[in-house]
Design a protein around this ligand. Structure first.
Ligand SMILES: Nc1ncnc2c1ncn2[C@@H]1O[C@H](COP(=O)(O)OP(=O)(O)OP(=O)(O)O)[C@@H](O)[C@H]1O
Length: 329
């Protein structure tokens, strides 16, 4: 992430950790030797062995070939024929769409259309009844939320519920305990064997850089529970960005946010998109979707109703009908 703020730690800068922007997978070493740190500090990940080394089940070349055959290279997320029912209620019904890398994509639809259930199926909160979810070419259908997040598909966290008694700084230092694992360490200390002290210092530098990027550094010592709704949203995004995600799912990121902070949040999202991050956003504010997304996906009664650029969606008769006269202007 590039905040435009000088990193306080020279070593982190040398490594490109603090100012490199969104790293391509190719820039990130495959097996980062941070022996013992995953387990001791970050909780480890499924792919890490007990000795802290990382096992790659296939070579990079064969993985690249396999992914190329399955998913176009510019597609971050591909959802195919997704289905999910709750008892007799069909929440998601044969839903298919793709999210291109480096875009801000909006997912909209009237109340009850199935947007949240779709997010839940993508992020592992619900196991779909059918269909597939592929992320960066890999089939992640049915994986646990922490397994999905450790691959770089991250949803903003409900910190209001989780860590309200901790300070903003602590929230970021711990962010997010079940989702950090090897991924955070790759972004904080790429490719280097370093001691725990250096690693903690690099983590602290990244935390401060992230706080400054989201302009909440002045709130570092405040309890998260005492923040305003908008400040909490910034903190949620900051926590999510600590994992250097490839795709960030934002569920109504602007709900309850005042206009000043709304503008700040949107600016940050655009900055991050410009750095190569990808966003999928569920948002009820139609102006935000139309003004800030390059691609819009519309759900209705669990299925895909339409998709395309905002101008097309705004004038699409089927979309207008689905919203039953709700103002799309
Ligand atoms: N856990 C659940 N148990 C039973 N029914 C559910 C459950 N979750 C969602 N549903 C139903 O599935 C349908 C889709 O709900 P979902 O929350 O995914 O829609 P949504 O598009 O996110 O709606 P909203 O915009 O109002 O948040 C609705 O009819 C809802 O009542």
């Amino acid at each position: 992430m590039n905040s435009g703020v000088d990193a306080p730690d020279e070593e982190a800068s040398e490594n490109g950790a603090a100012s490199a922007g969104k790293a391509d997978d190719a820039d990130v070493p495959d097996a980062v030797d941070v022996v013992g740190v995953d387990e001791a500090v970050a909780g480890g990940s499924d792919e890490s062995a007990a000795d802290g080394t990382t096992h790659e089940p296939e070579t990079q070349d064969s993985a690249v070939e396999r992914r190329a055959a399955e998913t176009p290279p510019d597609v971050r997320l591909q959802v195919r024929n997704l289905r999910k029912s709750f008892g007799g209620v069909v929440a998601v019904d044969d839903m298919s769409f793709a999210v291109e890398a480096g875009t801000i994509t909006g997912l909209i639809g009237p109340n009850g259309a199935g947007k949240s259930t779709t997010f839940d199926c993508i992020t592992g909160a619900h196991e779909p009844d059918g269909g597939t979810v592929r992320f960066n070419g890999e089939d992640i259908t049915g994986l646990r939320p922490d397994q999905i997040a450790s691959r770089g598909l991250v949803r903003t966290f409900q910190i209001a519920r989780e860590l309200p008694e901790m300070t903003v700084l602590e929230n970021l230092m711990l962010a997010p305990p079940d989702q950090v694992g090897e991924r955070l360490w790759r972004s904080v200390v790429p490719g280097a064997r370093r001691g725990v002290v250096e690693q903690e210092r690099a983590l602290r530098d990244r935390v401060w850089e992230t706080l400054e990027f989201f302009e909440i550094d002045h709130l570092a010592r405040q309890e998260a529970g005492a923040l305003s709704g908008g400040q909490r949203k910034l903190l949620e995004m900051a926590r999510a960005m600590m994992t250097d995600p490839d795709l960030l799912l934002l569920d109504e990121p602007l709900a309850g946010v005042n206009p000043t902070l709304e503008e700040k949040l949107l600016d940050r999202i655009h900055d991050l998109r410009d750095q190569g991050y990808t966003f999928l956003i569920v948002e009820h504010d139609m102006d935000v979707i139309m003004d800030h997304c390059e691609h819009v996906i519309v759900m209705h009664q669990g299925s895909l109703l339409a998709e395309g650029p905002p101008a097309e969606i705004r004038s699409n008769e089927r979309v207008i009908d689905a919203y039953l006269g709700e103002d799309l202007e």
